[in-house]
Design a protein around this ligand. Structure first.
Ligand code: OXD
Ligand code: MN
Length: 599
């Protein structure tokens, strides 16, 4: 196939990679439905994909990965900045010259017997001033079809690349060359010690070797839109964050835009697709995982969702927890590592009902019965769903201009100590809140005794493409730039427990807390000052229709000064690891908070 571009930089790079990796053929992708259908048909024929029941799950497919290739591999993920100190204590670092030499050896001949696909894609609406153009080279047709959903794959991106003579090169291989006559495996990949997910932030370059799964292989997502983009954002004065984006509209039609960061297992996708229980207030989803935000001409911060689909964790997604996500994957979806039922539909644990007919094939593609007691779906099994198929997708979700952010929300999972909601006195305290977001380890880890909190600054620990201390400073700098146009910051904790039972119902009821935030933004309600921030006055978060006894509400709203001091001590110990890169403003926030707690 002749190359559908005249851009020399791109042609040279494709030729150079092809020479190194020696694929049997090169296919330039166009993002069309014909291309998607053709690749799916080829993968069904080869046994890699299972076509699902057209009646129950139209235009949808299931895949099973190799049992060794089921998640992101943080231990094999590298930020290869020129200087080690620029990667910082939260990243693995290897000298870029050394890493490239190691990886070049692995890449040599690695696509033998395979096709190399050239995927032109945009993260963000094509042509948006906040979007980025990129090319992924991959030998995985599974990656191509997933990229069709998760990014904007189009030849229009080639036109932009020609105009701008610029793109982000992303190189991926499953790392499993095929010898003449060798039969392919269902899910080719390399052993863990050969896997590398490498980022060269100074060159805007991504090299991924050996895994076909999720963020290791769909390079637009965590590699480009977070790690490479966060480093570029620091240089260029914008923000790339691990945040959902939603619009909350009040009965008068006023729109508020919220960006929220939570560590894993805090219900980020559920919050992004929340169904409001506040009469007349409506939530619409803009994104469930990543926000790119730039100051606009009016000085406010504008956000886009750089993705075009949802790559969501399947288990626990049910009519009760997230009907919108279920609807989004009711058609045109890809499922990886779930149960395929006897009539070729999908099922996973905590989907809200038992597996039809008692079983099917499990995530390893083996015959499986639910009565065996073994999990049928892998805990990190995923659906890849088209964002536009989500019934609550915001009509402006792909507006190239983005939406102006009014509210930042941070949070973590704490069974005590942290109240349901508090508001930062100012943006700088908001940065402190984000930087010290923490969750308790699981019950199993708590049993080990003395395991303190897990801090996950801005839910970005595995995704900051440079030194986390510099990243925190960048947040302070953005606050200064935005001044009084900066979003208001809040911290929430949906997870307080008493006697083993959650005190707050969560899910749709979280809209009551979001409404209070909007009322604060509008100056409609006063708040009370506490040592940790501003908190709601009684009655300003309505509890109508909820069965929450007064003493439970008191617990949800309590500031336990002594327990909070312990959290601040833990935060101080955690932040110490950033050494002299810890912003002075962060230490100032710690000192001020401690003084308020001791007053
Ligand atoms: C994700 C993650 O898959 O954060 O979104 O790990
Ligand atoms: Mn994520």
């Amino acid at each position: 196939m002749s190359a559908p571009t005249t851009n020399q930089k791109l042609l040279d790079w494709v030729a150079e990679v092809a020479e190194m990796t020696t694929p049997d053929q090169i296919v330039w992708c166009d993002g069309s439905k014909e291309e998607y259908d053709r690749l799916m048909a080829e993968m069904v024929a080869s046994g890699m994909a299972i076509k699902l029941n057209e009646e129950k799950r139209p235009n949808s497919y299931a895949f099973n990965s190799d049992p060794s290739d089921v998640a992101r591999v943080e231990g094999r993920t590298y930020i290869a900045s020129v200087k080690e100190e620029d990667a910082g204590p939260t990243n693995n670092w290897i000298d870029p010259v050394e890493l490239k030499a190691t990886m070049r050896k692995l890449y040599k001949g690695c696509m033998k017997g395979r096709t190399m696909y050239v995927i032109p894609f945009s993260m963000g609406p094509i042509g948006s001033p906040i979007a980025k153009n990129a090319i992924e080279l991959t030998d995985s047709p599974y990656v191509v079809v997933n990229m069709h959903i998760m990014a904007r794959v189009s030849q229009d991106v080639l036109r932009l690349i020609e105009k701008e003579d610029d793109f982000i090169p992303c190189l991926h291989t499953v790392g499993a060359p095929l010898e003449e006559g060798q039969e392919d495996s269902r899910w080719p990949c390399a052993p863990i010690e050969d896997k590398y997910i490498a980022h060269f932030p100074e060159e805007n370059l991504i090299w991924s070797y050996g895994s076909g799964y999720g963020g290791n292989a769909l390079l637009g997502k965590k590699c480009l839109a977070l790690r490479i983009a966060s480093a570029a954002a620091k240089r260029e004065g914008w923000m790339a964050e691990h945040m959902l984006i939603l619009r909350f509209t009040n009965p008068e039609g006023k729109k508020f835009h919220v960006a929220a960061a939570f560590p894993s297992a805090c219900g980020k996708t559920n919050l992004a697709m929340l169904q409001s229980t506040v009469p007349g207030w409506k939530v619409e989803t803009i994104g469930d995982d990543i926000a790119w935000m730039k100051p606009g001409a009016d000085g406010r911060l504008y956000a886009i969702n750089p993705e075009a689909g949802f790559f969501g964790v399947a288990p626990f997604t049910s009519e009760e927890t997230n009907p919108m996500a279920l609807a989004a994957c009711s058609k045109d979806a890809i499922f990886t590592n779930v149960v395929v039922t006897k009539d070729k539909d999908v099922w996973w644990e905590d989907m809200g009902y038992d597996c039809p007919d008692g079983g099917g094939t499990n995530w390893k593609n083996e015959a499986w019965l639910q009565s065996s007691g073994e999990k049928g779906a892998h805990p990190n099994s995923r659906f890849t769903a088209v964002a536009a198929n989500c019934p609550c997708i915001c009509p402006d979700w792909s507006d190239p201009a983005g939406v102006p952010i009014d509210i930042f929300v941070f949070g973590g999972k704490r069974t005590s100590t942290i109240p349901l909601v508090h508001e930062a006195f100012d943006f700088e305290q908001g940065v402190y809140m984000g930087a010290t977001a923490s969750s308790e380890p699981t019950a199993a880890a708590l049993d080990l005794g003395n395991v303190s909190l897990r801090f996950d600054p801005f839910a970005m620990t595995p995704f900051i493409g440079y030194h986390a201390g510099d990243y925190m400073q960048h947040w302070f700098d953005m606050g200064e730039k935005l001044g009084d146009k900066a979003p208001k910051c809040f911290y929430v904790n949906w997870f307080q427990k008493d006697d083993g039972k959650f005190l707050w119902p969560g899910f749709g009821e979280n809209s009551r807390v979001l409404k209070w935030m909007c009322d604060r933004v509008e100056g409609k309600v006063e708040a009370r000052e506490t040592p940790i921030g501003m908190m709601p006055l009684d009655g300003d978060i309505t509890l109508d229709g909820l069965d929450i006894p007064a003493e439970d509400w008191e617990k949800l709203m309590k500031v336990d000064t002594e327990a909070y001091k312990a959290t601040v001590n833990d935060a101080r110990a955690y932040l110490a690891k950033f050494g002299d890169k810890l912003p002075a403003k962060m230490t100032e926030q710690l000192d001020k908070l401690e003084a308020r707690l001791n007053a």
